[in-house]
Design a binder for this molecule. Structure first.
Ligand code: CA
Length: 365
């Protein structure tokens, strides 16, 4: 081959490969352009009543933010509990792909997935700070995703109630003897522990809580914190308001996304959803804290409301009974045990750190 022919051959080869590269790039750009112009219309169902402050409103704000960030490419219509499906069918609806997204809390699915309770809250468990550390950076979220994988559901933390209140009682709780036979609306593992302490846990939907306490069908109820409790008017039905909410120390709220729907989203929209969920997780907790501190100030000024701390011996007993309950549940169910052990391992290290950080600091206030 002469130098000239060699150069000509090289030129042709280079031109062809550049052309091929350009075509490939064009194809990629065309695919990206199709994806970036495609509009997704999704439905999200929640477990909350219509207009429920902080929780339902937070889910709606999350959807609005996604719409703004995606320039309208991901449009999520949010339905409150009962508007499209009954509130407690949220998980199944997302799992079956009837809707693409759900908002609720993992302990609502305890009947189907008992170990899911650890991703929501357990009595005397981690607070919001600890839960975020475990979920985002301590392996908790990976474990949670494994637990939901057989249901084709991807979970994300999306809000936290903070430490709840212990509840409203129609009499003072001065010792364990005062809990014996007490009829209290207290769901989940907290209810099991309460039963072990001699109490009588009652299951009631949120809509029945006020009337039951007011008519003395129950002697006590827990709900959320000062803000939501005041809004429900519980101070009119019982005068003794107890803290701390040992049974719900930092309830994580969850976003659930149907796996197939998630896989259909382009990477940029997935990134928007995932980052919007992190942003709303912080926002909902912050809003809850601000509304609670302001409602506490109002409740303290209300005539007749008496705010008490549970006696130490009652709290210590409830804590011992909680440890027993969690161990018993773990012995019954290997899936529960696996999550329990991961949670406990993180918990031990978290407690050791909290003891010399936040707890030590708070103790000198
Ligand atoms: Ca509660």
């Amino acid at each position: 081959m002469t130098d000239f022919n060699w150069l000509k051959a090289l030129f042709i080869t280079l031109s062809l490969s550049m052309l091929a590269a350009c075509n490939e790039q064009d194809n990629n750009e065309a695919t990206a352009a199709t994806e970036s112009s495609k509009t997704y219309r999704w439905k999200m169902v929640t477990t909350w009543p219509p207009g429920f402050p902080v929780l339902q409103k937070g889910a709606e704000r999350f959807a609005d933010n996604i719409k703004a960030m995606s320039n309208g490419r991901l449009n999520i219509k949010v339905y409150a509990g009962g508007e499209l499906i009954p509130p407690l069918q949220t998980f199944d609806a997302v799992s079956q792909g009837t809707v693409e997204m759900g908002h609720g809390s993992a302990y609502y699915w305890a009947g189907k997935v008992p170990e899911a309770q650890f991703f929501s809250t357990v009595p005397f468990g981690l607070t919001a700070r600890g839960m975020n550390a475990w979920l985002y950076d301590g392996g908790g979220l990976e474990l949670w995703r494994e637990v939901y994988k057989p249901f084709h559901v991807i979970p994300f933390p999306l809000g936290n109630t903070g430490v709840q209140m212990g509840g409203w009682f129609n009499k003072e709780i001065n010792s364990l003897a005062d809990i014996k036979g007490l009829k209290m609306r207290i769901p989940g593992l907290g209810g099991k522990v309460f039963a072990k302490a001699g109490g009588n846990p009652i299951l009631l939907a949120g809509s029945e809580v006020y009337t039951s306490l007011e008519r003395k069908t129950i002697d006590a109820t827990e709900w959320i914190g000062p803000y939501h409790d005041q809004r429900l008017g519980l101070y009119r039905a019982a005068e003794h308001y107890y803290y701390p909410g040992w049974h719900e120390p930092g309830t994580v709220l969850e976003l659930t996304v149907n796996q197939h729907a998630w896989d259909s989203l382009p990477a940029d929209l997935q990134a928007i959803v995932s980052n919007a969920a992190q942003a709303e997780n912080v926002r909902m907790l912050s809003e809850m804290e601000q509304k609670n501190l302001s409602a506490l100030a109002e409740l303290r000024q209300r005539k007749g409301v008496q705010i008490h701390r549970f006696p130490d011996d009652v709290l210590h007993k409830l804590k011992t009974l909680t440890n027993e309950t969690l161990l018993e549940e773990a012995e019954k169910d290997p899936k529960f045990k696996r999550v329990y052990e991961a949670y406990q391992a993180f918990r031990q290290q978290n407690d050791a750190w909290s003891d010399i950080s936040e707890n030590a600091y708070i103790a000198v206030q």
